[in-house]
Design a protein around this ligand. Structure first.
Ligand code: KG4
Ligand code: ZN
Length: 338
């Protein structure tokens, strides 16, 4: 089956073509306009998707050396995400499926991230734990089977990537902040400043929050620390602030995942989402994997951040199991993993 997948849930316009296990094309247009505003402006994102989606799909098809009529199914992210952005992708995919008279499948963006470690052979097989760390989400999931997910913990406030982006803003760095903070942190001392790490009460009785995360306290601590400094002092300490913030955030993630692993003892743990591009973070999880004896999986950076290849991979699984979406498919901005 030659599958065309479309992803427009936030600020990346992306299309991918898959044929069996082979990824024939993976194209992404990052919307740079948001850098001017220090964050994603939803209406600008929708408008940019409208302009870019057709050329991106054409580019994916030409990369795959296929034409539209070779496509056997269309998959599209239908949530969670920004409503305007989702509407563009979903409407486009429906029109295409109708015109080509091929099956349509709506894919959960978070499930796409879960599948992102399985775009190459030897990805993790269930049961395993997956930590999705992105700009909008921080979710620890027990993947019992593909298609059967138990959320073990989510952030109670800011997502990990959001914390990176906000700290970048405090330090005067460009959006998206994660890569900029990581680069600056490499020149700083992670133990220079002791920023607080949220210690949340573990609530075994509350499903979905047994291993909750919180990053707004850490972000606020960075803000208060930076505010007390003169412009010259801030400039001098910037790298140490970035390194110390990154150290505290990574420790919080590692500690929580270690606690979950002590309970579930899975053979594998996967990292996914934009923050999983962070090399210091991957190194910390590699150390944990050696201590606790699990296999660590993380996608290549291009598959960590939002992309349509992961949507194609998730769709492939569901299409093979006979799942289809009706042409009345509507975006669901608040869709959860289930
Ligand atoms: O998965 P993603 O592309 O989009 C969402 O679904 O949110 O993740 C984007 C997030 C941004 O917050 C960005 O700052 C962060 O991932 N990010 C990083 C790095 N690269 C991207 N955070 C830390 N270190 C990085 N190297
Ligand atoms: Zn994402």
């Amino acid at each position: 089956m030659r599958l065309l997948a479309i992803e427009t849930s936030c600020d990346e316009t992306a299309a991918a073509v898959m044929h069996g296990a082979q990824l024939l094309a993976n194209t992404i247009a990052t919307q740079e306009i948001h850098q001017l505003y220090g964050g994603v402006v939803p209406e600008l994102a929708s408008r940019a998707h409208v302009q870019r989606l057709v050329p991106i799909v054409q580019h994916a098809l030409s990369q795959a050396q296929l034409s539209l009529t070779d496509i056997d199914a269309v998959a599209v992210t239908y949530g969670p995400g920004l409503i305007g952005s989702l509407l563009v992708g979903v409407s486009f995919a429906k029109a295409l499926a109708l015109q080509l008279d091929v099956p349509l499948l709506g894919v959960n963006h978070m499930e796409g991230h879960l599948f992102s470690t399985n775009l190459k052979p030897a990805g993790p097989e269930p049961p395993f734990l997956s930590l999705i760390i992105s700009g909008g989400h921080t979710i620890l999931t027990h993947v019992r089977e593909w298609g059967k997910y138990e959320i073990l913990g989510q952030t109670q406030d800011d997502a990990a990537g959001e914390a990176f982006d906000k700290v970048a803003k405090i330090l005067g760095l460009a959006y998206p902040g994660g890569p900029a903070v990581e680069k600056l942190a490499a020149t700083g001392n992670p133990r220079a400043i002791e920023f607080p790490q949220a210690r949340l009460k573990k609530t075994p009785g509350s499903p979905g929050q047994r291993f909750a995360f919180s990053f707004s306290g850490l972000k606020t601590a960075v803000l208060y620390y930076a505010r007390k400094l003169s412009a010259a002092e801030l400039e001098k300490q910037k790298a140490d602030i970035a390194a110390s913030f990154q150290f505290a955030l990574i420790n919080a993630l590692v500690e929580n995942v270690a606690l979950a692993h002590a309970q579930f003892h899975t053979r594998a743990i996967a990292l996914a989402g934009g923050v999983a591009c962070n090399k210091t973070l991957c190194q910390a999880f590699m150390e944990l994997s050696e201590q606790r004896g699990f296999q660590l999986h993380f996608p290549e950076p291009i598959f960590c951040t939002d992309n349509a290849a992961m949507i194609a991979r998730a769709a492939q699984f569901h299409l093979a199991n006979g799942k289809r979406s009706p042409l009345t498919l509507a975006p669901d901005p608040g869709l959860v993993l289930a």
